[in-house]
Design a protein around this ligand. Structure first.
Ligand code: SF4
Length: 222
């Protein structure tokens, strides 16, 4: 992939926050990571924990973002939101971060097209279970674009959500496509119960708790 052009570096995005923390999810869990949280999301999941990213933020050029990220001296970067793909300049930002030598992941809702993303980026794609209130927004066409380099995440609020996720994984052969993550919605589904269901059903999924919430109680900028 060619280096990001100077013109792209002047493109701007709305950014809610850039911060250094421990990755709380995915196969990168536990890694010191710089998070670039882009502003805005077209969804309204009932259990959303980043509503403060729906609006506001500051306008930063890609060059500005690269400079701030570089200040943390950290190879691993996660672009998140909100829904980062809601801003078209997210794509050149991701390429620019890769060009700068970072190991980049993208957290996306699964509602928008993930085609066109730089192949060096690991795509962490949510699929919205019924309990989110946003199941109808799932873009199932994305499934065919996923590779073993990507991950699919299900955030589950109930047994009904769990059964829905298992059914989706089996019917669409998702276990064979990429790593699958199952997480409980904090305060709604008992983590121990979810872990037991996964064991009982012999599911080849990764159970995960959001490490950053255990460490910092989901404080903003953490
Ligand atoms: S997609 Fe993510 S940021 Fe948007 S409402 Fe759902 S949980 Fe919140």
């Amino acid at each position: 992939m060619s280096a990001t052009s100077d013109a792209h570096l002047q493109n701007s995005l709305r950014v809610t926050e850039i911060f250094h923390s421990i990755q709380g999810e995915s196969s990168r869990v536990g890694l010191p990571t710089v998070f670039v949280r882009l502003t805005g999301c077209p969804l309204r999941c009932v259990w959303c924990d980043t509503e403060y990213a729906f609006s506001g933020g500051e306008s930063l050029s890609i060059a500005d973002i690269l400079q701030r990220v570089a200040g943390f001296d950290c190879k691993t970067v996660c672009v998140t939101g909100g829904e980062p793909l809601a801003q078209k300049n997210c794509l050149p930002l991701l390429s620019a971060l890769c060009d700068a030598g970072h190991s980049v992941s993208l957290e996306t809702s699964g509602a928008l097209d993930i085609g066109g993303i730089d192949p060096r980026v690991a795509r962490i794609v949510d699929l919205k279970a019924p309990g989110s209130g946003e199941e109808a927004k799932n873009c199932w066409e994305n499934i065919g674009l996923l590779t073993a380099h990507d991950e699919l995440k299900f955030v589950l609020a109930s047994r009904e959500d769990y059964d829905w996720a298992v059914s989706a994984c089996r019917q669409r052969r998702l276990f064979e496509r990429c790593p699958i993550l199952f997480s409980p919605v904090q305060g709604q589904l008992d983590p121990t119960q979810l872990a037991q269901w996964i064991l009982d059903d012999r599911l080849p999924v990764r159970f995960q708790l959001q490490l950053h919430k255990l460490l910092w109680d989901n404080a903003k900028g953490r």
